[in-house]
Design a protein around this ligand. Structure first.
Ligand code: SR1
Length: 325
């Protein structure tokens, strides 16, 4: 505590309270997102109050009310169900609290939206699938409706299928819960057993991809399957690059960078500075081949090789330290 010299009020005095309210906390992506938010908060001398997400809409609403009562200056809402959040978020705005949304469509002009360019994530993953498999293949698709990033990726999948009549979706499955990978693996086993002609699975969330890989390994079909995903973590890199892995490509940002950008967006608003309504962190295609060739084993090593994995120019200002990783 003590504030940042040269920063605008209230950051010049320090100890600015901000809440991070997540809908999901389990899994690599959300843990890294939170770690990035915490690192950025520390660098800004923000007192970040983290409310863990348990996929519980009622609890997330309650947490927003708790944050309002704590007297926070800003709230970052990370995922969630818009219909259960809009009224409580409006209560926060009415009290002068600044709100930033990551991957949840709160449809409010006062709330900037942070996202990872989900259309690009899906487009790049599917372009790689075509590069490696051609335009004629039987596919499995992992999708759960109602999550803004997955819904945006789904728009691309639907267009891809209508543009490529040789791509046949033989099975659609997926679940998001506190054990997404293993629950998805159970469904993938059933889908792959019922449809042994599936050669490509589009699984645009790393927990989905991990589940499909687990199922393929258990069924002994990893050698005839290719999985294309979103997201990356150190554990994902290990799973993608291990010998015989069917997980051949992912398109990803560094989730820690996205967490840091979300906190910076809140800080800029609290300081009264203008920020764009849409704040996008661009993803990068990571293929199994390129990761193996580069000998990259961790997300930190990736950050050393790919500048976009160590920082983003989104939501920056001269007074905000942004070299965190
Ligand atoms: C259940 S939504 C999961 C997605 O949220 C983030 O956008 C990550 O990229 C992840 O794929």
């Amino acid at each position: 505590a003590g504030g940042l010299s040269g920063a605008p009020a209230p950051f010049d005095k320090g100890d600015v309270k901000v809440a991070l309210i997540s809908y999901i906390s389990a899994g690599d992506f959300f843990q890294a997102y939170q770690a990035g938010a915490e690192a950025q908060a520390k660098a800004l001398d923000i007192d970040l109050r983290v409310f863990p997400g348990r996929q519980d809409a009622a609890e997330q609403r309650e947490q927003i009310l708790q944050a309002i009562n704590l007297g926070v200056a800003g709230i970052v809402v990370d995922h969630g169900l818009p219909e259960s959040l809009s009224d409580v978020v409006q209560q926060a705005l009415d009290k002068g609290i600044k709100v930033v949304a990551f991957d949840v469509n709160l449809n409010n002009p006062e709330i900037p939206q942070v996202e990872q360019s989900d259309h690009q994530i899906a487009e790049q993953a599917l372009a790689q699938a075509v590069k490696e498999n051609g335009k004629v293949f039987n596919a499995g698709y992992v999708y759960v409706a109602g999550f803004a990033p997955l819904d945006r990726r789904n728009e691309v999948w639907e267009k891809f299928k209508s543009d490529n009549s040789g791509v046949v979706e033989k099975a659609h499955f997926g679940v998001v819960n506190d054990t997404t990978a293993t629950s998805t693996a159970d469904q993938a086993k059933a889908a792959l057993t019922a449809n042994p002609d599936i050669s490509v699975v589009f699984a645009p969330y790393d927990e989905f991809a991990r589940g499909v890989k687990l199922a393929a390994g258990d069924l002994g079909v990893a050698g005839k399957l290719k999985i294309y995903s979103a997201d990356v973590s150190t554990a994902d890199i290990q799973e993608i690059t291990e010998p015989g892995s069917p997980w051949v490509a992912t398109v990803a940002t560094n989730p820690a960078v996205v967490g840091a950008v979300s906190v910076r967006a809140a800080a800029l608003q609290i300081a009264g500075e203008e920020i764009p309504h849409q704040i996008t962190v661009k993803p990068t295609l990571l293929t199994q081949e390129s990761l193996r060739a580069a000998g990259v084993k961790t997300i930190e090593e990736l950050a050393q090789k790919i500048p976009a994995f160590s920082t983003s120019d989104a939501a920056t200002a001269s007074w905000i330290p942004d070299k965190l990783f």
